[in-house]
Design a protein around this ligand. Structure first.
Ligand code: NDP
Length: 241
């Protein structure tokens, strides 16, 4: 079993939902964990867990660079980056506004570029690093009402494979996790009939939890996954196979 003792880990969008479950898993495994968020965070909870936190808009290139530089300055290294920050602005294409497209692509896709680029130089000089990008099964299958979101998550898959090819020779592994339906604030907006319909599509017959995704992130971040790069792992109860 790999150890995460004193590993430096950044989890973007770690204030809630899947990101929070990932951050807490790393912390429990002994890592030095930093989470980012855009709007607000439960300071008391994160302080009590010893998880550092910073407001940093993933879509803002400069803010991301400054945040990553501060983590490097404090620790001298970055071992693991989890690009998790994301949002939805759902609507049928006919009604989707330009703003809905821009914010989703800028957060979910450009945010992954911003953070990966910011940690890249440090990981290259260390000659090691693990990057896990959180995509979605919707980036593979598409979904009516989510053209912007599906495009952003498909972009993350293409980005992951390209960056994995570029950085493999530097001993940096970059993989993607594509969650299915996970119980968080993001999915709580869906109506009961939609949720029931989704449940019927899940062979394992349960909604996923943040912990299910966190377990996969921990594996792909560990030494046990040293020979895995450029892959897409669906964590979806078997929805997409
Ligand atoms: P939540 O809505 O519960 O949490 C989203 C997190 O991302 C929050 O911490 C939020 O911060 C942060 N965030 C949003 N925009 C930005 C930004 N511009 N900069 C920094 N942080 C930001 O989402 P989930 O936990 O459900 O989703 C996490 C990831 O998993 C996302 O990428 C999502 O697309 C993906 N995913 C989720 C699925 C699900 O079923 N839940 C399925 C497939 C993929 P703040 O609170 O400050 O806004």
């Amino acid at each position: 079993m790999s150890s995460f003792e004193n590993k430096v880990v950044i989890v973007t969008g770690g204030s809630r939902g899947i990101g929070r479950a990932i951050a807490e898993s790393f912390k429990k495994a002994g890592a030095r964990v930093y989470v980012t968020y855009k709007n607000s965070i439960d300071n008391i909870h994160f302080d009590s867990m010893g998880i550092k936190h910073a407001m940093c808009d993933a879509s803002d290139f400069k803010q991301v660079q400054e945040f990553v530089d501060s983590v490097i300055k404090e620790n001298g290294s970055i071992d693991i980056l989890v690009n998790n920050a994301g949002l939805t602005k759902d609507g049928l294409l006919m009604r989707m506004g330009e703003d809905d497209w821009d914010i989703v692509l800028n957060t979910n896709a450009k945010g992954v570029f911003n953070f990966t680029k910011a940690v890249c130089r440090q990981m290259i000089s260390q000659k090691r690093g693990k990057i896990i990008n959180i995509s979605s099964v919707v980036g593979i299958t598409g979904n009516a009402g989510q053209a912007n979101y599906a495009a952003s998550k498909a972009a993350v898959i293409g980005f992951t494979k390209s960056a994995a090819k570029e950085l493999a020779s530097r001993n940096i592994n970059i993989n993607c996790i594509a969650p299915g339906y996970i119980d968080t604030d993001m999915t709580s907006k869906l109506g009961d009939s939609v949720k029931q319909g989704i449940l019927e599509e899940i062979p394992l017959k349960r909604i996923g939890e943040g912990k299910d995704v966190a377990n996969a992130v921990m594996f792909l971040s560990s030494d046990d996954a040293d020979y895995i790069t450029g892959q897409i792992l669906c964590v979806d109860g078997g929805m997409v196979m």
